[in-house]
Design a protein around this ligand. Structure first.
Ligand code: NAD
Length: 323
């Protein structure tokens, strides 16, 4: 039986980069039942073939989905192309240090995607994700919503997890967003944070989980910001959390959900910023980002967003991308 995405296309997802992140994403996507077809590509063709075979052998245990390795010809009719190709972050290496290496890789992949006359959405996960999303968007020449980055969707999940654990509340009853760069200048939008439908100011007096919330909340944000560094120190890579975050975003595109997600998207005057890709709450539908939600941030949060944009513009200038 054929399944179709919200725009009437087959639910075909192409994943470029069959390493840790790409394979963890494919594993989670296969279990989700969201895709009809999953196609893996990698510069290392044997790796793509091996991962596809390994995953395909699980077919008796998850919803019907075809899994195979492919070629750039597969871009043409893909609903979503997810780019997880590139060098991974080394211990102690910042995401911005990966910049030059991964910008060239992503740029050449986008060249192939455009040449294939692809008509789907491109989702960039390779780091530094905000800069690479900008590079990919400019290289594609497409409208801004069609090339997006995973941004702080993972960071927001980490934030919700830590807040839920701190307050002793199910993570599903915690609504919270990390905005800005997926990296060191990211920040928590406390003005948008709700637990059990209440703002933190209202929830704290009834929570009684801690004696000094201001100190605790600083520690929580630090833990979110340093999550990747800690995981990489322990196991050399991060893959499962981001894999599940990518499924969340791809699901919103395939099903045309209009979900509010903090994907990385090009700003064009929103929040007083333009010509930079970073994470703000955005409505994600079958065309990618439909629109940015201009939340009423506090003055300090607006300043943090502007500071994050400055960091990213300076990184972009290192690859000749900032205007
Ligand atoms: P990895 O080394 O395991 O896999 C990367 C794969 O990309 C390799 O298999 C490599 O052969 C392939 N590749 C390189 N150049 C290619 C090209 N031109 N075409 C096709 N394939 C190519 O690395 P990983 O751990 O999977 O990480 C991948 C990327 O994801 C890194 O940039 C990493 O920093 C990033 N990442 C992002 C997030 C996030 O939240 N956005 C989280 C974790 C990792």
């Amino acid at each position: 039986m054929k399944t179709f995405d919200a725009s009437g296309k087959r639910r075909k997802v192409v994943v470029v980069g069959a390493g840790n992140v790409g394979s963890a994403f494919c594993f989670a996507l296969a279990q989700s039942g969201l895709a009809e077809e999953i196609v893996l590509l990698d510069a290392n063709a044997d790796l793509a073939k091996g991962q596809a075979l390994d995953l395909a052998h699980g077919q008796p245990y998850f919803p019907a989905v075809a899994i195979r390795d492919g070629s750039p010809a597969d871009y043409a009719d893909a609903s979503v192309i997810v780019i997880t190709a590139g060098a991974a972050q080394k211990p102690g290496e910042t995401r911005l240090q990966l910049l030059q290496k991964n910008a060239a890789i992503v740029s050449s992949i986008i060249g192939e995607i455009v040449a294939a006359h692809a008509c789907g959405v491109v989702l960039v996960a390779s780091n530094p994700v905000d800069v690479l999303t900008y590079v990919a968007l400019k290289r594609s020449g497409w409208e801004r919503g069609r090339v997006i980055g995973s941004g702080t969707v993972l960071d927001s999940a980490r934030f919700r997890y830590l807040l839920g654990r701190h307050c002793g509340v199910d993570v599903h009853n915690v609504h919270a967003y990390i905005l800005g760069e997926h990296g060191d200048s990211e920040f928590a939008a406390w003005s948008m944070t709700h637990v059990a439908g209440m703002s933190m100011e209202d929830y704290c007096p009834v929570c009684r989980a801690c004696a000094d919330w201001m100190a605790e909340r600083h520690a929580i944000v630090q833990a979110v910001r340093n999550s990747a560094y800690h995981i990489i120190e322990y196991k050399g890579t991060t893959c499962f959390g981001v894999g599940m975050a990518l499924v969340r975003i791809v699901g919103a595109v395939l099903r045309g959900e209009n979900s509010v997600l903090t994907v990385s998207t090009l700003l064009d005057g929103e929040f007083g910023l333009r010509d930079v890709c970073l994470s703000v709450p955005s409505i994600v539908c079958h065309r990618g980002v439909d629109r940015v939600v201009e939340s009423r941030l506090s003055d300090p949060e607006r300043e943090q967003l502007a500071a994050s944009a400055d960091v990213l513009k300076s990184a972009l200038s290192q690859v000749g991308g900032a205007s």
